[in-house]
Write a protein that binds this ligand. Structure first.
Ligand SMILES: NC(=O)c1ccc[n+]([C@@H]2O[C@H](COP(=O)([O-])OP(=O)(O)OC[C@H]3O[C@@H](n4cnc5c(N)ncnc54)[C@H](OP(=O)(O)O)[C@@H]3O)[C@@H](O)[C@H]2O)c1
Length: 214
């Protein structure tokens, strides 16, 4: 698959769109108001469109929107445009309330996750959680002295996960498959853990997770 549509116009959307293009994919990026991406489009050569237009064009999609708007964004994209397509879900269920002692508040609970809610609402879409557990500045070609950091991913569809595994590898990560969509209950809180040193120490670019194995 080469045509990847990025639904999301902010830092994650722009970072992954640029990284995917650099690594050889044919990429488009989407906003509810594509005009605001004019400078980005001119600078990168990545065409901008609406959520629905980009979803219809793409063979696979990156969902990079505000967590509380994720379901609405998929509706705006028109779920029929995403039928049986892999959707890399980068979103996190961050609540509007401020963090406490650096710990973000979620609007989900421990035995639930945003991606499971999306999967239940849109059963024909092949969601794969990934790229939610690190800041955008590190998403593409992260460099650490100890080697590649780990990108955890999960989802119900094996074919979609195989595509996401290859993207994770191309973008410079060691992929680690955590199983079904239910594993998003564990992957989404990694965002809370990763952000703590950001909020407490203003350290936003110097750490990522690595799964030690033997
Ligand atoms: N920032 C990071 O470093 C980071 C790292 C890992 C994961 N994440 C997760 O990745 C996602 C994107 O993060 P971000 O910081 O790039 O951007 P963000 O500010 O969380 O989200 C911006 C995007 O959300 C869309 N949006 C907002 N309200 C909407 C609504 N009511 N209906 C439909 N779409 C709506 C915006 O659409 P328009 O384009 O139309 O304005 C825009 O594309 C979030 O879920 C975040 O938790 C962020």
């Amino acid at each position: 698959m080469t045509r990847i549509g990025v639904i999301g116009s902010a830092t994650v959307g722009q970072t992954l769109a640029g990284g995917l293009k650099t690594h050889g994919y044919d990429v488009r990026i989407a906003s509810r108001t594509p005009g605001k991406l004019a400078a980005f489009a001119q600078q990168t050569g990545i065409q901008a469109g609406t959520f629905a237009d980009v979803a219809a064009w793409a063979e696979a999609v990156v969902l990079a929107v505000k967590g509380s708007a994720a379901e609405q964004a998929v509706r705006d994209a028109n779920p029929s445009n995403l039928r049986h397509k892999p959707v890399i879900d980068t979103t996190n269920p961050i609540a509007d309330a401020p963090p406490e002692d650096g710990v973000l508040k979620f609007f989900t609970s421990p035995n639930d996750s945003l991606m499971e809610r999306l999967q239940a609402a849109f059963p024909d879409v092949h969601f794969v959680k990934a790229f939610n557990s690190v800041g955008s500045a590190l998403m593409v070609n992260p460099k650490f002295p100890a080697g590649r950091p780990t990108m955890f991913y999960c989802g119900n569809d094996a074919g979609a996960k195989a595509l996401v595994a290859s993207i994770i590898d191309k973008l410079g990560w060691e992929g680690s498959d955590m199983g079904s969509a239910k594993a998003a209950r564990a992957l989404e809180p990694l965002c809370q853990l990763w952000c703590i040193t950001g909020f407490r120490e203003n350290a936003w670019t110097n750490h990522a997770f690595h799964l030690m194995k033997r």
